[in-house]
Each structure stands twice: as structure tokens, then as C-alpha cells.
Design a protein around this ligand. Sequence first.
Ligand code: CA
Length: 892
Amino acid sequence: MAGAQPGTHALKLKPSTVPNTLQNGSRFMKWDDVMSDEYFNTPRTPSLMSLLSPSLSLYPFFSLSFSLLSLLQETELLDITHIKDARTGKSTKTPKEAKLRELLDVGNLVGRIENRLLTIVTGPDMVNITYLNFMALQEEEATEWAEELFSLASNLLSHNMNRETSLEKAIVRMFSADKKRVETALEHCNLPFGRPELSSVFSQQYVQSLIPDYFSLSFCRGAKGAYLSVDQMTEFINERQRDPRLNEILYPPLRPSQTQTLMEKYELNHSLLKQGRDQPGTDRKYLVSDENGVIPPEKLDQSEDMTFPLSHYFINSSHNTYLTAGQLAGSSSVEMYRQVMLAGCRCVELDCWKGRTTEEEPVITHGFTMTSEICFKEVIEAIAECAFKTSPFPVILSFENHVDSPKQQAKMAEYCRSIFGDALLIDPLEKYPLESGVPLPSPQELIGKILIKNKKSHKPSAAHGNKRMAEQPTNQSVAAEQATDEPSSPSNITEGEPFIRNDNNNKNTFRVYENVNILSGEIEAEDDDDDDDDDDDCKKTSDEGTAEEREAVATEEMSTLVNYVQPTKFNSFEASKKVNRSFQMSSFVETKALEHLTKSPVEFVEYNKQQLSRIYPKGTRVDSSNYMPQLFWNAGCQLVALNFQTIDLSMQLNLGMYEYNGKSGYRLKPEFMRRPDKHFDPFAESTVDGIVANTVKVKIISGQFLSDKKVGVYVELDMFGLPVDTRRKALKTKTSQSNAINPVWDEDPIIFKKVVLPTLASLRIAAFEEGGKFIGHRIIPVPAIRPGYRYIGLRNEKNQSLILPAVFVYIEVKDYVPDTFADVIEALSNPIRYVNLLEQRSQQLAALTLEEGEEETSKEVCGRKGVMDSKNGFSSIYMYLEILLHCCCCWC
Ligand SMILES: [Ca+2]
């Protein structure tokens, strides 16, 4: 995210290689808890599961093949990139039914059954999960398969295949699995179909032939079809395909001899090469190759410097992690913790409540709602198992601790200690004592560690000894809490009836809530709450040491687990600066955070250089919708917590953000948001001294296989970033004439003349059917874009590769060169300068804050302005706002 590190990055990502065991296959019994009578009545042998490579080529994509235990012995194929997890041992699904256990001969097994079980987890998102259950003949086989399958399935290169591999994958899949559909699609496009002899090889050429000549580099070199000399190719690569932002010494332009090597690699006819010329088609093969992916592999790789303090990173964070649906009546699920962590999230939330059964097991649920309860211990076990499968970097557990039972709190602490073991960070690192002025340790220094965020009660005899950090003893919460004999158990309420709630577990803040209609969501902002620090009725009178006064809940057992992430009631930016304790953090409901952002943008950025801030959705988002995370990334907020169960545009941006840097869940903030000697204003409208703005030019040339329906299609572009850089629907192409297979637009490019903070900007390219039905999109951070002629493979809403649909584009990204005259004109004509500053800021945020339902206004006008805008790249604030008003029409 921040600029390239000194020196070139040595790529750590490796293409998948499949061990022999997996290639040759192993025998497994496949079972399901709901088996048909046929299953039980049929003699069977264990089915062979193996990894199939679709051809003898080295392409890194595979399907997992296994047969069903049925009379037909059908074989099922599973795309390996759709596998989310492969488990063996304790967390596997185990056969419950007696008949099934008998059949699997469970009684006669040597060793524990779970060590032979293999559960393969698939699903389109984090909620709709499917489990495939297998039993191996040997324990070692289950272990090897679980490890290798997970490693193959999570290979980042496999999720970012080049165009050629995607095409081959699609062809193999289509022609083997769904020939009829392919033929229908071809028929719709008036292309020959119904040819049963189409072999894989033929069909590959066939698909290639669908790529119009237009895509060939011929249009870069003038006369169509003319041969391209080595010199011309060198010029093409250096002028068009090379990223001009790269350092020329570290990343030198290609020399002709290197081009020659490249051309040999993609050239079939060597005799032509010898004459210094290529043959038509070479360029096309080159364009679909690995050399030309739109994302350079080093951006996918873990390539950002991880040695800065934690506060210097954006940290992938989840809100009310346990919920699978709405905030009021959705089911809670242990699996969500696994899925969210496997997706690279590094901060999960645990809303803990006192368990009411005789076992006195603490539970996790959304208090005072109809959401279901899950067992705290199971969640801790799930976290322990999945925390470091996707990323080694530290995990923060954000506890919202409502457990008003010292006994159960002690249990919670004990589970954390015993289940996490050494991974749990209990004592601060020696280098980073909990003292004023000491920065937070870095993700690198906390590798493999779990940090707990829970209110911390500070005792007079606190273990921190003589460190004078105003850890004044508080009026002993534990005692106070024990005196509270009214248990604040979450579930004993009836809809429509008033209930009492002990807000924030402070005995003085019991509130009576009346007429809360739980199901319809008529619950007011108080229930926002959720979090620890958002209560407004506790204003501070002094800026020193008062925050802890509200630390009323944590027992000593829990308190000792808390170190670098200590929740503290936010008072003011000035106060925080004065006490200068990086280990204290605050949570802000999105509305409050927005207020701070608008009133004190520079101070908010400053605060976030030292301390962590956590933003969470407002309580009225009962449907688990999300706010735009970009708003708060712009202010440098680290823990921008979203509802992961809802993959809306906000969550899609989040997926886009954290897909890079090795999916580690950490992205280094732009330098200006970290350096103590710089002040950054997220509302900056012009270039900031010291930050190189970019000019981004995008030309949508054509599409490929956008739909198999005979339907018109169009492409839209958005830019997200700082308010000044955000442009929703910046470009919309014409709609193709009933051609979704290979539409060509070739319209004027859109120019984002001045992207003020490119390191925080993302480009979204989305394709739609006429009528607005979403086909697919791709969100790419501007720093990760490789300029040039590129195929951009589209993803679905859930960020899964669609394999076939792609958009062919030409992108230029350059350092912005100020056009002095134009800037003067713009400044003179910019009326916003006369508007009140706060008003101006909220107007600037409009793009990022509009919600569904607000968008219908002035659509006509927006459309008109949008067209104007796309033509001349002009970006006055008013026009910007109008375009933004257009923004939420399709998604939010
Ligand atoms: Ca919560």
C-alpha cells in the first residue's frame, strides 16, 4: 500500500504443486448424515478421491474428483479454488447415526475416529457453507490431504490466474460439464455450434479465435497484421506495458535481447523470429500470459513492511462476528469465526454473556435480541484452530464482556489461557512496556500472537508496578458488580415489553427500554451499543486518568489478559495526545466517527498514528448492512469493523483491500498517515506536498464472455478513495447490441486527472446486462494496477472468480503533472470555497455516506453530468456530488 520497499521484492508466492499422493488419489469413504436407504443397501468400496489436472499442461488449476457412493458411482468434480477449508481431527464432522457408524465400521477402528475424518468445506460466501465428509483408511492420509488441499485451495496465484489459464479452465469445464449451455450461447451469438467433435484442443483455439483481431497489438503499431519487430515489441513493452511509477534502476526497462527471449517464449515459428519478426497471434498469446496479469504477483504476495507499530496498519476487522444474518434475529454460528479468520480477518468480536445452564458456561450472542447463543468455549477452540491458517500476523479478540459472574469470567480467562496456550500474549513485550510515549509493537513482532481487547480493571497493586500511567484504582467494579444481584442475562425478554438493561455493565447506567419491537428492528440508537465506549452520558470532566473509571466489569482474571489493546472511553483528541498511551484504544459507532472525521479530520489522522480506533456499524443497521469502510480508512482508522455476513459494496471494497499483501489482513497505511512530521487532511482537494498524485486513464476496449444470454451489456467504472478522488459511475459505456460474448466499445477513455492519494484509491470495473443486472466486477487498488493492455477477469459479488467473463482495457497510470493554468481556472470557478467548512466536508463525504433509498434524487441530472464528466475529466465538487448522488442506484 505504501510505496515500494527499497529493493525489489523477492516473490514468495509459488504456483501450486501437487504431491504424488494427491495426484494418484487415496481411498476414502464418503458419507453424509442423511444417507438414503440405497446407500445402506448397496455393497461398496471406498471411493477414490484424486486431484485432476485437466490436461497434461502445467496449468495450476485442478479439480478434486471423488465418486459418490451410489449405484451409479457418479463422479463429482469440485473446483479447488472453491474449497474454503480442509479439516481433520477434532473439528471434523463426525457420523452420528448408529447405522452409519456401523457401516463405517467405527467400532473396530484403531485410534480416534476424528483423526481419520476429512471434512472439506466449500461455499460461495462465509454463511452458506457445505461440508463434504470423508473417512480415510489411514490417519496419515487424512492429515496429508487436509494440509495439502488447504494449501492448494488457498494459493493466491490460483485465485489470480492469467487469462490463458482461465480460458483453458473454462473450456475444460464447459465442454465437459455443460456442453448444451455452451452450444446455446454460441447459437445466440450466431456462431457455429452443435459440433460434438469439439475437442479441448480445438475448442481452445476456437475460443482464442473469438478474441477479435482488434485485441491484437496491431492497433498499437499501425497497419493491421504487419509483423512486429523485436525493436517494436521492446518499445511496446516499455512504453505501454511497463509501469512508469517503478524505479528505473530497480525495475529497468526491457532491453531488446530480453524481448527476444520473451518473444521466443511465446513464438511458435522460430524461423520468423530469426528474421527479427513475430507472427500474428504472438502478441495475443503474450497478452494473455502471466507476464501480463493486471495485478503484479508481488502485490498479491506479502510484500509490505510489517515492522511498523500496529497503529500504522489497516487491520481487517469483523463486527459481531458470530452472526450469520440480521442483528436481531439471525442465528449465531461458531463456523462464522472460522470462515472470517480463513478469509483473512484479524480482529473478531465476541459478545459474551453469562450462561444460564447449570454448567455455567459463558455464551456468545447479541444481547437482548432473538439471535441464538453459541458456546464461548467452542468459539475459542475455533479461533485457536483457524487463527493462523491464512495469515501468521496477530489476531485481536474484541471482547464485549457482559458476563456478570466472576466465576464465568474466570472460566473465560482460563479457556483463553489453556486453549490458545503460548499464542496468547499475556505479558507485554519487553521492548514495549505499557508506558506513555511507547509505540505499539509491530505485526512482525507479534507474529502468531492473540491479543485480547477487554476492559481492564486496574488494581492499586497492579502488576505494572511503578509505571505511572494514571492507572488509578477504580471504585471496585468487581465488588459493585457482585452486589448487582439482577443478572443481566440477555434472553429473558419478551417482544414489546419494557426491559431493563445494564448498559455497559455499569451499575449506574441501567436503562429502561420500552416498546422495543425486536423483529421489526424498531430499536433505537441505544442498542447501538454494543460497544464499550460509545455511551454518551458519561462525560469526562478531566483529561487525566478518568477513562478507567468506567472499567466496571473485568475481573482480575480477564484483566491480566489485556495489554496492548485496552478499550478506553474516548474523551478528545487533545486529551489522548496529552496522555500519549498507544496501548489505549477507543471504539466509535460509525455516526460518532463520522462526526469526528468531519469536525477534526487532521486530529483524527494524528490520533490514529499512535492509537488504534475501532469503528462499528450503527445499531439501526439491523439487517447487517455495512457503512463504507473507505470513509474511515481515509482517516487512518485501523479496525474498521464490518458485518462479514453481508457481502454488499462496502464489504466488496473490504475484500478488495485485503486481497493484497499476502491476504495477511494487514495493509500498511500511506506514509503521510504515519509520519509524525506530517499532517494529513483527508479532505484535501489538491495535491498534498510530498505525495505524488497520479493520473489514471482507463479505456474500456472490449468484453469477453460476459454472459451466455443474448443480451446487451455495458461496463461502468468507479473510483473510491479520498472524497476528492471518489467518483461513482465515472464512466458508463454504451450498451452493446445483443452481444455479450465479444462486445467492442472502444470509446473515449476516462481520465482521472488527479488522484490526490493513489495509495488509498481503488478502481472498480463492473459489467452489467442492459437493465442493470450485475454480471461481475473487479476492485483493484490503484497502486496494484499494472498499466497497459490488460484482460481483467471479473469476480462475482462474493469476490469469487467468474473464470470466463473478462474486460479488455488499456490503462495508463502516471505521476500527475500539474497543469497550472487549469488548476487556476478550477480554483477560481470552484464555488465550494465560499461554503462553510463543515458543510463542505459533509458534502465531500456524500459519495461515501449515501444509503439506499436516498439515491433517487436527480438521477436525470446526474446522468447528464456524468457523461460530461467522463468526457473531460473535469472534477468540480458540485459535479462530483451529483455524480455521487447517482451512486447507490444499483448497490450499496
Ligand atoms: Ca457487539
